[in-house]
Design a protein around this ligand. Structure first.
Ligand code: PGA
Length: 249
């Protein structure tokens, strides 16, 4: 199975010229990395100026309603009209701004109903050694509540422990052993929801300070299908190295 690498640009860069330049640097590498599924999650304003092709485009959020009096929001239909394939939902930075499990569930339903694929982000805030993070179970169960199994092929899970995300104070990356255990745990939760086949098939990505030095150890973890890369995806050389590693694994 192809490894999936998603660049999460967050609120970067500051203008379209810079966005095109950054995107072009990914596209150049992508042409020689057919064995990797590459995607860039860019801010909404840049999505129309970037052309998806070998590198797919993802949005970083979506609204739960489709049209109407919702000032400042962007709907799944609008993204679909731009030929966007994926949308990230439930990123910890959005949860911090108030996105609840209930809201995230509605956003996922809206995105799936319009034919988008969803990258559902989950992850505990604090590392508790020896403890299974119940928060992750809850975020998956509530996020996917009421969604039928037929949509399972359109959902990816990104496990991003908040304590490991590079912008968290004192952040440090997870370790492969913990990630393996979390991967198994997440598969188990998915099995409870949609059964064995769906759980086995659904990709789990890791995100949290992934860089060219640690990418290999995370991408080699058996139940991990790829990475959601924040900070390092803004540095073309660094991101290129991560793609090269994904190509080999
Ligand atoms: P990071 O961000 O790679 O900079 O830790 C990952 C994310 O928040 O998606």
């Amino acid at each position: 199975m192809k490894k999936i690498i998603i660049a999460n640009w967050k609120m970067n860069p500051t203008n379209a010229k810079e966005a095109k330049r950054l995107f072009e640097s990914v596209r150049r590498v992508a042409r020689k990395a057919k064995k990797v599924e590459l995607m860039v999650a860019a801010p909404f304003v840049f999505l129309p100026v970037l052309k998806s092709g070998v590198v797919k485009l993802a949005a970083q959020d979506v609204f739960l309603k489709d049209t109407g009096p919702w000032t400042g929001e962007i709907s799944a239909s609008m993204l679909k009209a731009l030929k966007i394939s994926h949308v990230i939902v439930g990123h910890s930075e959005r949860r911090e701004l108030g996105d609840s499990d209930e809201l995230i569930n509605k956003k996922i339903k809206s995105a799936l109903s319009k034919g988008l694929k969803v990258v559902l982000c989950v992850g505990e805030k604090v590392r508790e050694p020896e403890a299974v993070p119940e928060m992750v179970r809850r975020e998956i169960k509530e996020g996917l509540k009421g969604i039928t199994k037929k949509f399972s092929s359109r959902v990816l899970i990104a496990y991003e422990p908040v304590w490991a995300i590079s912008t968290t104070k004192g952040a440090r990356p997870d370790n492969p052993q913990n990630l393996f255990e979390m991967g198994i745990f997440i598969k188990r939760v998915l099995l409870d929801i949609w059964g064995r086949n769906a759980a086995m098939r659904m990709p789990i990505l890791y995100g949290g300070s992934v860089n060219s030095k640690n990418a290999e150890s995370f991408l080699k973890v058996e139940c991990i299908s790829g990475a959601l890369v924040g900070g390092a995806s803004l540095k073309p050389d660094e991101f290129w190295k991560i793609i090269e590693i994904a190509k080999r694994i």
